[in-house]
Design a protein around this ligand. Structure first.
Ligand code: SAM
Ligand code: SF4
Ligand code: SF4
Length: 356
């Protein structure tokens, strides 16, 4: 769907209390999901008695686009749609088309991406590309069907996600990132087979990234013993192929990049637990109901939906965003385990609500 580009006046770049800019906005478009990954939405907690948000609580596409435009005026250059499972939000491609009209103050389009579990990608890839999506990230924790079905805990077959990846690449949504959360004793023996599959089948068109299992939220029963440190992942991979460290592609990038010696692509290591990267964290997160979160591990958000629905002007909202970001001190991963860390029993936002 072709729409006219929307010019945005510059409102000023922001810097938080630790000198970090705001560059990346992750927007959760639904708190619902058709998977029940144990590290994110364990079945026992997110069952038929769990109250998901009513539709009236969700930001509308117009509200999301307005906020994204105002964030862009404050320096945001990258938008990532997430969830829950973002492809479950009805007509999400219409939202993509609306966001694709936004421009930076220099007239550049934004880097518009989406993270998905891949279950609906085969059906939606062409429409997403046509709407203006640039790339997708697909989460996939194993190639072995039995392990994958156990991890998504709804018996979803791996073949359908692999077909979604092929469809996304065929639609021009590459290069694609594939995210694998590694949990000790559950899927760590899938590390090398996953790397082999993506390297041999796709080369540089797919970048596989290994994510340390994180203590996000309070429902996933996280234990340090279940975390496989990225250094161990790297050791396993290096035993199979020579790898060389690569430069970060962009400031604030979460993954450390390693390239295969023969040029057949690269992998990424996201070490949120063992090597915190808070020092240049430039990400903000907007929840499904319009709460602005400054850290994945925050216990509270800042209510932007009330401003939107109470008739605030663009200036009111950009001022509020500037104030909130200006006071930001968050660095949970750097403090994890230290005396200064938030109390372990404290309520924290859940991953399916805030997105990754
Ligand atoms: N449903 C979509 C998906 O799975 O790609 C988008 C939302 S999901 C919350 C975003 C990312 O967070 C996924 O890549 C998922 O694997 C990751 N994730 C969820 N819980 C996690 C945890 N406890 N530790 C590390 N990564 C986690
Ligand atoms: Fe759903 Fe994604 Fe969470 Fe898995 S990680 S339960 S797919 S939101
Ligand atoms: Fe950013 Fe918070 Fe993660 Fe640190 S812990 S990298 S501040 S989201």
């Amino acid at each position: 769907m072709a729409r006219a580009a929307v010019p945005i006046p510059a409102m000023g770049l922001l810097s938080d209390a630790r000198g970090r800019p705001l560059r990346d906005l992750r927007i959760s478009v639904t708190d619902r999901c058709n998977f029940r990954c144990s590290y994110c939405m364990p079945k026992e907690v997110f069952d038929s008695r769990h109250a998901f948000l009513p539709h009236s609580a969700l930001l509308s596409f117009e509200e999301i686009t307005r906020l994204a435009r105002l964030f862009t005026s404050h320096g945001v250059r990258k938008l990532r749609l997430t969830g829950g499972e973002p492809l479950l939000r009805k007509n999400v491609e219409d939202l993509v088309a609306m966001l694709a009209t936004l421009r930076t103050p220099d007239g550049e389009p934004l880097d518009l991406t989406l993270t998905t579990n891949g279950s609906l990608l085969k059906r939606k890839a062409v429409a997403l590309k046509a709407a203006g999506l640039r790339r997708v990230t697909v989460s996939l924790d194993a190639l072995d069907d039995a392990i994958f079905q156990r991890m998504n805990d709804v018996g979803f077959p791996v073949a359908d996600v692999l077909a979604g990846i092929d469809a996304a690449l065929a639609a021009g949504l590459g290069p694609l990132k594939v995210n694998m959360v590694v949990k000790r004793g559950v899927n760590d023996h899938e590390i090398v087979p996953m790397a082999r599959h993506f390297r041999e089948r796709y080369g540089p068109a797919v970048v596989l990234r290994f994510i340390e299992f994180m203590d996000v939220g309070v429902t996933n029963g996280w234990r340090m013993d279940d975390v496989v440190p990225s250094s161990d992942v790297l050791r396993m991979l290096q035993a199979a192929w020579p790898l060389q460290a690569l430069e970060a592609a962009a400031p604030g990038e979460t993954a450390a990049r390693w390239g295969y010696d023969d040029g057949r692509g690269e992998i990424g290591l996201i070490s949120s637990v063992t090597q915190a990267f808070c020092h240049d964290c430039n990400r903000a997160r907007l929840s499904t109901e319009g709460q602005l979160f400054l850290c994945l591990f925050a216990s509270q958000g800042h209510d932007l939906r009330s401003l939107l629905r109470d008739g605030a002007t663009d200036e009111d909202i950009t001022t509020a965003i500037a104030q909130v970001w200006g006071a930001r001190e968050d660095r949970y991963s750097e403090l994890r385990g230290s005396a200064a860390a938030p109390h372990p029993g404290e309520r924290r936002v859940e991953m399916h609500y805030i997105g990754g």
